[in-house]
Ligand binder design. Structure first.
Ligand code: CO
Length: 204
């Protein structure tokens, strides 16, 4: 079967199975989405938000980019966060990185990859800030540690957006989680306690 046709066939089978187990599933979803979670993760094909968290369509609002970067000047991620927080009123934002991230690896390397080097600038800054810790480690541990530091840093960026600060100011319930996914085990692990208020940002 053609490599593209097979996706359409897969979809027809999936939709049929969903309708059989829950006849109203699609009509319910078509009326509204009310996800509780916003997922900010890496574009890596091995880290699909719904599948690894066991969530069906409608349960998680998703934003993914290379190396799960959250830059305060990125309108894409800001628009996603604002819609999720102000309109959908999600209660949890999960920033999820993964060990062995190619984007984080590229930020560690001292040669040009292209446009991506600009995108990864915040991670390259992190490597400079944590230079002594990172370079006391073996190569593979260095990458893993930088993957963790990146998640922690990007979650702090989320917490410092005006969107999240204003939500907390209004008394809106909103927790930011810093998670990392281990590709070779399929396991998610939190790296710190959730950030639930502005004063939590610097606490680990
Ligand atoms: Co990645």
């Amino acid at each position: 079967m053609d490599r593209i046709d097979k996706l359409i066939v897969n979809n027809a089978i999936w939709a049929k199975k969903m309708r059989e187990s829950d006849p109203d599933f699609f009509s319910r979803l078509a009326n509204q989405q009310k996800p509780r979670y916003l997922w900010i993760g890496c574009s890596d094909s091995r880290v699909p938000a719904n599948q690894i968290t066991g969530l069906p369509p409608g349960e998680v609002f998703v934003h993914r980019n290379v190396a799960n970067v959250v830059q305060e000047s990125d309108f894409n991620v800001l628009a996603v966060i604002q819609y999720a927080v102000d309109v959908l009123k999600v209660t949890d934002i999960i920033v999820c990185g993964h060990y062995g991230c190619g984007g984080v690896q590229a930020a560690l390397e001292n040669f040009r990859h292209g446009i991506i080097d600009n995108w990864l600038a915040p991670i390259r800054t992190l490597t400079r800030v944590h230079k002594s810790e990172l370079y006391s480690l073996e190569d593979n541990q260095r990458l893993d540690r930088l993957c963790e530091l990146n998640v922690l840093s990007q979650a702090r960026h989320v917490a410092r957006t005006t969107i999240v600060e204003d939500a907390w100011e209004r008394g809106q319930l909103l927790a930011i989680h810093s998670w990392i996914y281990r590709l070779d085990q399929g396991i998610l692990n939190p790296l710190r306690k959730p950030i639930e208020q502005a004063t939590d940002v610097e606490l680990i």
